[in-house]
Ligand binder design. Structure first.
Ligand SMILES: Nc1ncnc2c1ncn2[C@@H]1O[C@H](COP(=O)(O)OP(=O)(O)OP(=O)(O)O)[C@@H](O)[C@H]1O
Ligand SMILES: [Mg+2]
Length: 318
């Protein structure tokens, strides 16, 4: 089973400005993005005080300043939030149509797309990390050369002892083609220690017929630890030695499902950094995702992130 050299966590990705309609033609402004959501939740877990750095690029405008302030106010390390003078953060809007929500994005020219353009800066941002978390969205927003640079920099960090977690979070509209997505994700798997896919994404991109097939495919890529999420279905885990399934605990009063996977990743990875075994850490992921499911938006309100110390595993493991 894999072991971390330290609990210093670095997440790499894009944070966007979020405008969420509040129901009367007015919009509440926030910040969100998959790897960012995971990093943010990890840093907020009571009693752990995990050192978490978020690596991205933003603009030099006042909204980008507000993002950096919000990051620091939430206890995250913003020392590798690069500033790009002629770009701004990406933006997305959540429109309400009754209880249905539609998402609209303006992110084609976001500063975050340049996050892997300077290899020395990127390598420095990962130095000393025990865990580095990256998503398929982080890859998808980069041009092919920058994808390769990110992957080779992750390979270097692994040689220095870091472990890499990867949630493929497949978003077809961010990729020029399914082939491009498969090719980049396949290269990323070669530097992945912990894979955190969702089954519906994997089924649509790779044609997997069951979570077990997803595990088999990722094992063939030498991924050491694999957790296949599946919405309200059971979670399938390969811990490097054994395959197990944990049932999904039903969640009452779901407000919306956005960010469930990102929050799961945060609870799971935090528990793994604390030394819990994979089958045990699943329960922490579920407590975190259940809490985000009961709140509007992709993040749990500040101060309401659950304490994971008392979470008990579904399956006796350690
Ligand atoms: N309907 C549900 N009831 C209970 N738990 C759920 C439900 N949907 C999701 N979850 C929890 O959230 C986790 C992640 O769900 P899912 O696989 O749908 O994430 P996802 O598709 O990655 O989401 P996103 O990428 O939008 O954050 C599940 O493993 C489960 O623990
Ligand atoms: Mg997901």
């Amino acid at each position: 089973m894999i072991r971390f050299q330290s609990n210093r966590t670095v997440a790499v990705g894009e944070a966007m400005i979020e405008l969420a309609e509040t129901g009367d033609g007015t919009y509440r402004q926030g910040f969100a993005g998959d790897a960012f959501n995971t990093a943010w939740h990890m840093a907020q877990i009571p009693g752990l005080e995990l050192p978490v750095r978020f690596v991205t690029k933003v603009g030099t405008d006042t909204l980008s300043d507000a993002f950096v302030d919000a990051l620091e106010a939430s206890g995250l390390d913003a020392s590798f939030v690069g500033r790009v003078p002629d770009r701004t953060m990406g933006l997305y809007m959540i429109e309400l149509n009754g209880t249905e929500r539609s998402f609209h994005y303006w992110r084609d020219a976001s500063a975050a797309r340049l996050l892997a353009d300077e290899d020395a800066w990127l390598a420095r941002s990962l130095q000393g990390a025990g865990l580095i978390h990256v998503s398929g969205i982080t890859l998808a927003i980069l041009h092919a050369e920058a994808q390769a640079r990110l992957i080779s920099t992750l390979a270097l960090a692994r040689r220095q002892g870091a472990l890499v977690s990867f949630d493929p979070n497949v978003r077809p509209r961010l990729w020029p083609s399914s082939d491009a997505a498969r090719e980049a994700i396949q290269s990323m798997l070669a530097v992945t220690d912990i894979a955190l896919p969702s089954f519906d994404d994997e089924a649509s991109l790779w044609g997997d017929r069951s979570p077990f097939e997803t595990v088999e495919r990722l094992r063939a890529e030498q991924v050491a630890e694999i957790v296949v999420k599946n919405g309200a279905g059971a979670i399938t885990v390969w811990d490097g030695e054994r395959l197990a399934q944990a049932p999904c605990t039903p969640v009452a009063r779901i407000s919306d499902t956005s960010g469930a996977g990102d929050a799961f990743n945060a609870g799971y990875l935090a528990a793994r950094l604390e030394g819990r075994a994979p089958v045990h850490a699943i329960a922490s992921g579920q407590v975190m995702s259940a809490t985000v499911l009961q709140h509007f938006g992709a993040r749990i309100p500040l101060g309401q992130v659950p304490n994971l110390a008392t979470v008990t595993p579904h399956i006796p493991a350690d």
